[in-house]
Design a protein around this ligand. Structure first.
Ligand code: ZN
Ligand code: ZN
Length: 177
């Protein structure tokens, strides 16, 4: 994804939710592995893209527990057993990915809305980074770690962690930060 302005907005949102971290936008764009494309579904298998981000992370990051890479893609992602996904991450890993495809209001026949797109992308980005920090899905519907089955659920939840998830994150930060 090469919309640097949008990537900067996502970065700003991440920095607000993870104030103890530093976040930067990479100048690099990874090619989308051809084998990820499913012509019948006209979608991309998320796991394969995630794998390539993981390999990129292994090449470019040192071994600090808090170094994560979030891929941002425009293509429509799916996972086995699911019609689509907004994103995926390695649990306690280094790699995560989000797709903007179904975060754009245009996908739902609505007019483009940059702020709404950024807000949705930040929520999904925080959610996936949360997984890389070891968090699983949270039953609280307002918590960013709540699983979004559809865009309405993304819009309903906040961009931040509930008290319990935040405690878990802070514990992790103390341990490795
Ligand atoms: Zn999730
Ligand atoms: Zn929570």
């Amino acid at each position: 994804m090469e919309d640097r302005d949008l990537l900067s907005s996502i970065k700003k949102g991440l920095s607000e939710v993870f104030p103890w971290s530093t976040c930067s936008v990479s100048m690099e764009t990874l090619p989308i592995p051809k084998k990820a494309y499913n012509a019948f579904r006209r979608q991309y298998l998320s796991t394969i893209l995630l794998q390539s981000i993981g390999e990129y992370a292994a090449r470019s990051l040192d071994n600090k527990a808090f170094n994560k890479i979030l891929g941002v893609t425009e293509v429509d992602l799916y996972a086995l057993g699911l019609n689509f996904i907004f994103g995926e991450a390695q649990l306690q890993g280094k790699a995560a990915i989000i797709s903007l495809y179904r975060l754009r209001p245009e996908f739902y026949g609505e007019p483009p809305n940059r702020n709404l797109l950024v807000e949705r992308a930040v929520k999904e980005a925080v959610h996936e980074i949360g997984h890389t920090l070891g968090l699983r899905h949270c039953p609280a519907s307002s918590c960013v770690m709540h699983f979004s089955l559809h865009i309405g659920m993304t819009d309903r939840k906040g961009r931040d962690f509930c008290r319990i998830c935040r405690l878990r994150i802070d514990r992790f930060a103390k341990q490795y930060g």
